[in-house]
Design a protein around this ligand. Sequence first.
Ligand code: IMP
Length: 206
Amino acid sequence: MTANLSAMNLLLATRNQHKTREFTQLLGPNFTLRDLTRTRDLPEIRETGRAFEENAVIKAIAISKIFPHEMVIADDSGLEVDALNGAPGVFSARYGGENASDQRNVEKLLHEVQGATKRSARFRCVIALAKNGKLMTTVAGEVGGRITKSPRGGNGFGYDPIFIPEGFEETFAELPSETKNAVSHRAKAVAELVRYFNTARRLARN
Ligand code: IMP
């Protein structure tokens, strides 16, 4: 594979390799993405915000201070279920307890919505972009859908096996990654981020 020399380097503030894989596919060949999987001894960054945007900004700023020469993106995302008044929301990753597995989170969510006739839900994603401790922008995306009665499919991660996006009958975990990446909350946020970069490049040229 030949390197794209004009590609923009981005550091994704995550150790979640599922997120990294989706970002790599969504950003395409004009970006070179690195994540924090191989970075040791990072201080704990506490996601204390009550909204996705707050937490994305906390992560992006903190990591960009540690890597001041890198353009840092941080994604905070999660599932909001109407029958649970928007839960698990910002607590999506730890809904089943601190360090809970995806399976445990899914089990808890299905238990909580057991018997609910209203199954509507949405995934939300906010991406914050920061350099050297300074926030440059935030972008957001969401996708509506509904919660199944039991998990289906082996693709994706997190709550994908119990979420059917609007316009489909399959869960995100049953759909091919290309289909998820065409309609997902993250896809919409990344499309907005790419528009931001394109505008910034155009302005820099003029
Ligand atoms: P974060 O790393 O704090 O943003 O946590 C995000 C959590 O929300 C993940 O651990 C998943 O449980 C859930 N989540 C976010 N995006 C997705 C997705 O695309 N599919 C399934 N679950 C997701």
